[in-house]
Design a protein around this ligand. Structure first.
Ligand code: AMP
Length: 430
């Protein structure tokens, strides 16, 4: 079975064509809409010459991707692809699971309003539907895994009508990654997921932690948006909300400017004044740059506090699982984080920690009460897996797939997509 995974960012397209577990073709287009877009790709694991050309939008990017999958001989025609899985950042309150792309997904007004920055996800869906109208498409939401959170975890203490009228609540993100590493962690621990309490740490450019009880997310650090939670590359994470109007007044900033400040000028970058890339900051911290050192300490401290809180609400933790850029590749950061967790029984094995770079490994000492694992995340693979699961599920019986082409064609001809009512905002990634 050939499953194409499509991940459209605000100015990028990432794709992987899976045949079973094998990545037949994968590619990345960046700077879409700019004067020169870049396109790098692998075919059966081998790098191809990069291309530089102007790609005006996601629809053209999807066409280009298909052209090159054919030119490189990965497929002969688009129709060979059995299904397409799309990464969609926000499912809103409605989607507790991945879903077949139908009107319910495409007209999901609330999710679109809550995530105006992620309109590109929907542009990717529309372009693929247009190009492959008979191929089932599945939306895999970053928020879906966290829909198991209880109301006490997802409700903000604002006037209640903000929850009911505007759907303002915690949604959480990186759900596909948290779900994958939790499942994989259980396999590596050799125990059923339903009997485990895990804390998963997705630490990358954007970072979030999740408390996973018996395979279900019961709390997570990101909120209505991916700005909340721990300190990130250029995002501040949790701050006193009263700081926002105070800064606006003091610095004469409007809402968009203060939002940009918190998303793009804060976090590790804002504290260190060096970079949002942790590698640079670690280098300078070794040279005793005091702001670089402070940035690392503030980052680690914010993560430790979430781990402590999640350990308490889980009623004990079987394992911590580190993943994503920092979690997978920075022994230094794992060491600093875990050094503050001796009180709850976390003890790293320094040699194993140093060795674990971008590979699956347990890194705890044999006396550690809580196991610690490094598991590289596989979001694309997980999206392909979720896509296949949805196609086999009751959500998608044979007659439903049979109806697919007709329905989509109707929607394309007659369906009106909702206008994006959200104000254009500063681009942030998840
Ligand atoms: P991701 O968003 O998962 O791709 O993670 C990207 C981030 O991981 C980069 O911005 C870096 O800050 C961080 N990163 C990657 N490799 C390392 C490393 N060896 N040491 C520290 N941080 C790293």
């Amino acid at each position: 079975m050939l499953v194409l995974v499509v991940n459209c960012g605000s100015s990028s397209l990432k794709y992987t064509l899976f045949q079973g577990e094998i990545e037949r073709g994968t590619g990345l287009m960046e700077k879409l809409g700019g004067p020169v877009s870049t396109f790098t790709r692998l075919v059966d694991g081998a790098g191809k010459d990069p291309l530089s050309l102007a790609v005006p939008n996601h629809e053209q990017a999807i066409r280009l991707m298909m052209d090159w999958l054919i030119r490189d001989g990965v497929i002969r025609e688009a129709r060979e692809i059995n299904a397409v899985g799309h990464r969609v950042a926000h499912g809103g309150p409605e989607f507790t699971d991945a879903a077949l792309v139908e009107a319910r997904v495409r007209n999901n007004r609330i999710a679109r309003e809550l995530a105006p920055l992620h309109q590109a996800n929907y542009e990717g869906i529309e372009a693929c539907v247009k190009m492959m109208p008979a191929t089932p498409q599945v939306a895999v939401f970053d928020t879906a895994f966290h829909q198991t959170m209880p109301p006490r975890a997802y409700t903000y203490a604002l006037p209640y009508r903000f929850l009911t009228e505007h759907k303002i609540r915690k949604y959480g993100f990186h759900g596909t990654s948290h779900k994958y590493v939790a499942g994989r962690g259980a396999q590596l621990l050799g125990r059923p997921l339903r009997k485990l309490n895990l804390i998963t740490l997705h630490l990358g450019n954007g970072s979030s932690l999740t408390a996973v009880r018996h395979g279900r997310s019961i709390d997570t650090s990101m909120g209505l948006t991916p700005l909340a939670g721990v300190v990130m590359g250029s995002r501040c994470g949790d701050i006193d909300p009263a700081i926002v109007p105070y800064i606006m007044e003091r610095e004469n900033l409007d809402a968009g400017q203060v939002e940009r400040l918190m998303n793009q000028e804060s976090g590790i970058l804002g504290l260190s004044g060096i970079s949002n890339d942790l590698r640079e900051v670690i280098k300078q911290a070794k040279g005793y740059n005091p702001r670089a050192r402070l940035a690392l300490e503030v980052l680690a401290y914010s993560i430790q506090k979430y781990i402590g809180a999640y350990h308490a609400i889980l009623g004990g933790t079987d394992a911590l699982i580190f993943t994503a850029g920092i979690g997978e590749k920075s022994p230094k950061m794992r060491k600093i984080i875990c050094a503050g967790l001796a009180g709850i029984g976390v003890q790293l094995d320094p040699a194993k920690n140093r060795k674990a770079v971008a590979c699956e490994m347990f890194i705890h000492d044999k006396n550690s009460r809580i196991k610690v694992a490094v598991i590289p995340t596989r979001e694309d693979y997980m999206i392909a897996r979720e896509t296949k699961r949805i196609l086999k599920s009751r959500q998608c019986t044979k007659p439903a797939v049979g109806m697919y082409k007709k329905k989509l064609t109707n929607e394309l001809t007659h369906g009106k997509l909702p206008a994006n009512k959200g104000k254009p905002r500063n681009a942030i990634q998840i």
